[in-house]
Design a protein around this ligand. Structure first.
Ligand code: ADP
Length: 182
């Protein structure tokens, strides 16, 4: 599915985030920045050791006790087709009353801000927090679409934002929400 917000094209597709050729892909990282399962595991596996090396340096220099939830940092894309990986940490779902919606919105916003500040033109997101972190996908997806829309209504340097859904059911949920929200 394709939509647009201002001059920016929004694409919602089924696929693997590590196949994307956008200027940046977003990693659903954890605070350690030292790799993990799901998206994080796939990115480091296919992207090779240079990504982890940069993550180590960023941790040592800027975030010795870990990257806080909602913040974002950028590294090389290593061996991936993308030039950059933006690592952000979504919230762990704890029932919805522990600030999860704001933290998830922050993770999207800070990733977009970082991409825009580096002059990048395209970025691809996975469905942040809805895997191991347990965020219900229907709710997470509304926050994802709204945060991106609100960001693009203010800043329009980005040409393309892609949502890459791993499963067919998740794709359907995103497409249904996009019809209402975009
Ligand atoms: P989190 O820890 O933020 O919940 P996960 O990586 O566990 O992140 O999962 C986030 C979403 O990404 C889930 O819907 C999961 O199915 C999906 N996913 C897992 N691997 C990939 C991949 N290679 N490309 C795109 N999406 C993926």
């Amino acid at each position: 599915m394709e939509k647009s917000v201002g001059k920016t094209k929004i694409r919602i597709i089924q696929g693997d985030i590590t196949d994307q050729k956008t200027d940046a892909i977003v990693n659903a990282a954890n605070s350690s920045l030292m790799g993990g399962g799901g998206v994080d595991g796939a990115i480091h596996r296919r992207g090779g050791p240079r990504i982890l090396e940069e993550c180590r340096k960023i941790r040592a220099a800027e975030w010795p006790s870990g990257l806080p939830t909602g913040k974002a940092v950028i590294t090389t894309g290593g061996n991936l087709k993308t030039r950059h990986v933006i690592h952000t940490v979504g919230p762990v779902w704890k029932g919805g009353n522990r600030g999860e919606p704001d933290l998830l919105a922050e993770a999207y916003r800070n990733s977009l801000k970082l991409a825009a500040s580096k002059g990048l033109k395209s970025i691809a997101f996975p469905s942040m927090s809805t895997g191991a972190y347990g965020y219900p996908v229907e709710e997470a997806c509304r926050i994802a679409l709204k945060s991106v829309r609100e960001f693009l209504e203010k800043e329009n340097g980005l040409q393309e934002v892609v949502f890459v859904l791993f499963s067919q059911p998740d794709l359907r949920i995103y497409e249904d929400a996009a019809r209402k929200l975009l």
